[in-house]
Design a binder for this molecule. Structure first.
Ligand code: NAD
Length: 372
């Protein structure tokens, strides 16, 4: 397969974890006989330094001419957000890309690996039932995009945010969730607040209509307050969780802390024609940048997600995920996931960003033998 990938490494740990993820991509390409053409573009503070803007036109054009985008992270230290270089950096970069490509769905897969059970805030007996779910969040509707107003009426300060959904917006993201469930355990839990909100009532009606096109998928509805609770007390019941923009914003962050480190997860933003941007959900982590201690797994798993969802390369995606898992089974840990006191029988080795990747690459070449 021949594909073009736009690579936007960004700021902080972005470039150092991206370089490692590209080694993995290269290894997979060689192993399976693919040709991935990588074109790097500037974004965030790195772009601002060169041209005074966080998302230059050349970067937009590069993304538009690619088959998928692999994104690192952008932004500066929290204490320096007032500087021009960092002001609105995240919004100018990521939200602009979201708008440019009409990304309408954000996918956040969450898995707790048995090897990392001790890092999770959840109790062992909950994790042992297996936690492997994806939150699918609608990205273009809801109160984030409706009219925002502050006004005074009857001498009282008031404010309102209009939460608006069209049936088309709901149907588009629902199709994404159902298609994803087909590739997984075939269950969609649609989350809303249909006992109160009109937008949620429409959400539930449209999801039910779309569900009829996917008779092999089990569909259920859950109110958002119950879903928040269930994510913590019984997350193994979930496969694909489909929800609105605001509920998804909150629920995906609840789900993101379950594995124990931001350095492990990948996420995807997709539009209705399937074009996607893949990135770790964490930020640029300026506190650890340039020290070779960042966990490269989130960026490496983003490559796996890209291969699976944008190029349909399931075997290649699995080989990366299995190589990561085997490396963790071997006991290799970057600093964010190194808790020797919590790992009873295992001998853990504390490694840096590059050493971690080297171990993953070793397992990938083992897979090469097996696949051929
Ligand atoms: P952050 O996600 O960068 O860091 C939070 C904590 O998680 C830090 O202690 C960091 O060291 C740790 N962490 C994150 N990724 C890690 C990894 N791969 N390995 C090990 N540890 C990791 O959040 P923050 O410090 O609040 O924000 C820093 C900057 O990132 C800000 O400018 C913010 O605007 C930006 N940001 C960008 C994105 C994005 O690019 N998508 C997302 C969130 C925040």
């Amino acid at each position: 397969m021949k594909k073009n990938i736009a690579v936007l490494a960004g700021d902080g740990i972005g470039p150092e974890v991206m370089s490692q993820a590209l080694l993995v991509l290269d290894a997979v390409a060689k192993q399976f006989g693919h040709q991935f053409t990588i074109s790097e573009g500037l974004v965030g503070g790195a772009a601002y330094d060169k041209g005074g803007t966080h998302l230059p036109d050349e970067t937009k054009a590069l993304c538009q001419s690619s088959d998928a985008i692999l994104f690192g992270s952008v932004g500066g230290p929290v204490a320096q957000q007032h500087l021009d270089k960092w002001k609105n950096c995240e919004a100018n970069s990521i939200l602009s890309l979201r708008k440019l490509f009409s990304f309408n769905a954000n996918l956040r897969p969450v898995r707790i690996l048995p090897e990392l059970q001790a890092l999770s805030p959840l109790k062992a007996e909950i994790i042992q039932k297996g936690v492997d779910l994806v939150i699918v969040r609608e990205l273009l509707g809801d109160c984030y995009f409706g009219e925002h107003k502050q006004f005074i009426e009857g001498g009282m300060r008031q404010a309102s945010d209009l939460s608006l959904y069209t049936e088309e917006q709901i149907a588009n993201v629902a199709h994404t969730a159902f298609r994803l469930a087909k590739m997984r355990r075939k269950k969609v839990t649609s989350v809303d607040k249909a006992n109160v909100l009109a937008a949620s009532k429409l959400w539930r009606t449209v999801v039910k209509e779309i569900a009829q096109e996917y008779p092999d998928i089990q569909t259920e509805n859950l109110l958002v307050d119950n879903c928040a609770m269930q994510l913590v007390i019984n997350p193994s019941q979930f496969d694909v969780v489909l929800t609105t923009n605001m509920f998804g914003d909150i629920l995906s962050d609840v789900a993101a802390v379950l594995p124990g480190s931001l350095g492990l997860l990948a996420s995807a933003s997709l539009n209705s024609s399937g074009f996607g941007l893949y990135e770790p959900p964490g930020g640029s982590a300026p506190d650890i940048a340039g020290k070779d201690i960042a966990n490269p797994i989130a960026q490496i798993n983003s490559v796996a997600l890209l291969l699976r969802l944008s190029f349909g390369l399931e075997t290649e995606a699995l080989s990366i995920e299995q190589a990561v898992e085997s490396t963790l089974k071997d006991g290799f840990r970057t600093k964010d996931i190194y808790r020797p006191e919590a790992a009873k029988d295992t001998n853990l080795s504390l490694v840096g960003t590059q050493q971690m990747t080297n171990q993953i690459l070793k397992h990938l070449s083992g897979v090469e033998h097996h696949v051929r």
